[in-house]
Design a protein around this ligand. Structure first.
Ligand code: MN
Length: 213
């Protein structure tokens, strides 16, 4: 097992990096306590449950509830990841400093100016439909930042994941050849996977961290 790998169903609620009252008056102790201890905790519990449910499905070779568990996995996994980041990107008023050299460089390079970035980020966060997040993300494929809105937490990803193997299941990918038999397409597709490239992408994703044993 990788030294830092989190085993199935073993996620833990990370402690807040500061006391519950230290973001006052901007975020009250009561809000922060509920948000961290109840809401974030529920995502951690839901993620552990989904991973355990999927482990059982693999053991029983019974994927009847795959859509339910995958939805739970994405919703709670993304909720856990985003909240874990959220706590650490806040600090008591007056202690968070100014945008760093690299942050400023990449913001200016792509968004044109810090003010333009700030307006887009705030407006994107404001305009998310329903519940969600404004997210500044580094896009490793294009080597630049981007601002995204996320509805709920996921739809249907886990943020910070890097694609290693992808299967296009839009009808345009198979309909002429397989009509509505998506499973037959996927079974056949499996035989043309380039595992050398999958391995290369995995090594690339490690990016110097966590070398393979
Ligand atoms: Mn939240």
């Amino acid at each position: 097992m990788q030294p830092n790998m989190i085993p199935v169903g073993q996620h833990k609620l990370p402690p807040l990096p500061y006391p519950y009252n230290s973001l006052e008056p901007i975020i009250s102790r009561r809000t922060l306590t509920l948000h961290h201890d109840k809401h974030h905790k529920a995502y951690v519990d839901g993620l552990n449950k989904a991973e355990t449910g999927l482990e059982q499905a693999r053991q029983n070779n019974n994927f009847e509830y795959i859509k339910y568990w995958e939805n739970e996995l994405a919703f709670n996994g993304s909720g856990h990841i985003l909240h874990s980041i959220f706590w650490t990107i806040m600090a008591p008023q007056g202690t968070g400093g100014k945008p760093g050299q690299n942050t400023l460089f990449h913001i200016n390079q792509y968004f044109g100016s810090f003010n333009a970035f700030k307006e887009q980020f705030k407006t994107a966060s404001e305009k998310v439909e329903g519940s969600g997040w404004g997210i500044l993300t580094w896009q490793p494929t294009w080597k630049r930042l981007e601002i995204l809105m996320a509805e709920k937490h996921q739809n249907l990803t886990q943020w910070s994941g890097i694609p290693i193997l992808v299967c296009d299941t839009w009808e345009h990918a198979y309909y002429l050849d397989y009509q509505n038999n998506r499973r037959k397409y996927i079974d056949s597709w499996w035989d043309i996977v380039n595992w050398y490239e999958v391995e290369r992408r995995l090594l690339m994703a490690f990016n110097g961290q966590v070398p393979l044993k």
